[in-house]
Write a protein that binds this ligand. Structure first.
Ligand SMILES: *Cc1c(COP(=O)(O)O)cnc(C)c1O
Length: 493
């Protein structure tokens, strides 16, 4: 007897009518993907999209079906040729990693398995915790610490700063909110702090003014004496100094705060010590440079970014918290529909108790597979390699009279500009911006720009396992060529 008589083959599904067709298309996609990466060096870093490609993205909601092969052709024609460019060996804009093939396979397999990492008793959840444990080991955190994989560094910083707020609030802030705090909290960071911290303190209800930006020294590191003075001033004025954020690798110029000094200030002043290690925490695995981040292991919480120097495909960030119970107490809630059971699927740990998301993607797999394939020591050497490349570029700039270094190079970020005799700061900015835009538009290299200590400069951030020294030699040569061309012709000068 049929228990469910209405179940017939007439019902719809998203599965293909014939899996063999899917196989053929998938093999083609895979072959194209391999060729795409194999050939990346020979393509422009970036190119502007033609009008018809822009128009393609204005097409309306599709109502009727199309063959999957046609759908892929659309992607191959309109998406794949117009990337951001960060997988290219001469992409050095802002700060991001350059992805890797095995990690991409990991993302594919994670999506095929389709597991939700909100938690539960299944293999992906164990792997998620294992990857967090590996991150703890990389930065020298104790086994007893906890952590969570999140979308990126911004989210990882929010996790750390939220635990800091709840621990230092002086009231049950989860229950009663920031309005019930006996004293307004103050957080401290250098004036080079990443903009995500502003969003974090705003979202936490503390307000932007709660984040005091402390002046930096000549090396763009937080000035410890000025920090202590600000803390004393705030106590006097009735605030509660709650948290100091050290930056291991500032986004502007790659400066690394004195983390050991910050750890002692935090201990003396009873502050939470958070490290924004989105750029530099992983220097802890680099044999030649790890001393630069000594002291990071003393933090109460750390934000780090596997999608930067571990080159995980986006997105992958990680928050670590030394005291696991403080971490859990900040986020855990157990609604009746998510209670654990003694056995079965719901008997595993609920990983959503360590952050803001409920459903979570299987981010661990792409990190895990690349780490297993290459081993952590190779990732450490690649970090050293990028730092050595930045020093090479720094020497080229110092040896070239037409170029000027604008900030000391500490790690893998080089701030510099092209000189222009007798030009004002305003003209220098226009001139250098034009060089940067032509480097992008000619597909040669992607740099970005910033302002360091009030002066505009171009910025090369080498978090790229494909970059070679001759790419940097080429950059200098092309900058000099463009400098001559622009100086000779452009009306903006
Ligand atoms: C990149 C970065 C962030 C933000 O991380 P995302 O992964 O982009 O969210 C925060 N702080 C620093 C220092 C960074 O370099």
């Amino acid at each position: 007897m049929d228990i469910f008589p209405e179940a017939t083959n007439a019902e719809e599904t998203l599965d293909p009518p014939d899996w063999a067709d899917v196989g053929e298309l998938s093999h083609r996609i895979l072959d194209d993907a391999i060729a795409y990466l194999e050939d990346v060096r020979n393509r422009p870093v970036w190119c502007e999209m033609p009008a018809e490609v822009r128009a393609f993205f204005g097409a309306p909601l599709p109502r009727s079906p199309a063959p999957a092969a046609d759908v892929y052709d659309d992607v191959a024609r309109n998406v794949m040729p117009y990337p951001m460019g960060n997988i290219h060996p001469r992409f050095w804009s802002w700060y991001m990693g350059s992805s890797n093939f095995t990690g991409a396979l990991g993302d594919f397999l994670a999506a095929i398995q389709g597991s939700n990492l909100g938690g539960g008793n299944h293999a992906a959840a164990l792997m998620d915790s294992q990857v967090v444990n590996w991150m703890k080991e990389m930065v020298g955190f104790p086994v007893s610490a906890s952590g969570t994989l999140v979308s990126g560094g911004s989210m990882a910083n929010i996790i750390g700063l939220t635990v800091a707020r709840n621990v230092k609030a002086g009231v049950d802030v989860r229950e009663r909110g920031v309005g019930a705090m006996p004293k307004p909290l103050r957080y401290y960071a250098s004036d080079q702090v990443h903009s995500c911290h502003r969003k974090a303190v705003e979202a936490l209800g503390l307000g932007n003014q709660a984040l005091r930006r402390i002046q930096t020294d000549a090396g763009l590191r937080i000035d410890i004496a000025a920090l202590k003075a600000a803390i004393a001033e705030d106590r006097e004025a009735g605030f509660r100094p709650a948290c100091v954020i050290g930056t291991a690798g500032t986004v502007n110029a790659g400066a690394v705060d004195d983390l050991r000094a910050l750890a002692s200030v935090a201990a003396e002043e009873d502050l939470w010590f958070h490290v924004d290690g989105c750029i530099g925490a992983l220097i802890a695995i680099a044999p030649k440079n790890r001393s630069l981040v000594a002291g990071i292991e003393q933090a109460d919480s750390i934000a780090l970014d596997p999608h930067k120097w571990l080159h995980a495909p986006f997105e992958a960030g990680c928050a670590l918290v030394r005291d696991a119970s403080q971490h859990r107490n900040t986020f855990a809630v157990t609604p009746e529909y998510l209670e654990s059971t003694p056995r079965g699927l719901a008997s595993g740990e609920w990983l959503h108790d360590y952050g803001l998301q409920t459903s979570r993607g299987f981010r661990a797999l792409k990190i895990w597979m690349a780490l297993k394939e290459h081993g952590v020591e190779k990732f450490g050497r690649l970090i050293d390699q990028n730092i050595a490349q930045a020093r090479h570029l720094t020497r080229l700039i110092e040896a070239e009279p037409a170029l000027e270094l604008m900030a000391p190079t500490t790690i893998n970020i080089v701030s510099f500009r092209h000189r222009l005799d007798g030009a004002s700061e305003k003209k220098l900015k226009a001139f250098n911006t034009e060089i940067m835009l032509r480097l992008q538009e000619e597909g040669i290299a992607a740099l970005s720009d910033t302002t360091v200590q009030g002066r505009h400069c171009l910025r090369v951030a080498i978090a790229n396992h494909r970059t070679r020294r001759d790419d940097l030699d080429l950059l200098v040569a092309e900058m000099l060529r463009l400098g001559r061309e622009i100086a000779a012709t452009a009306t903006l000068m």
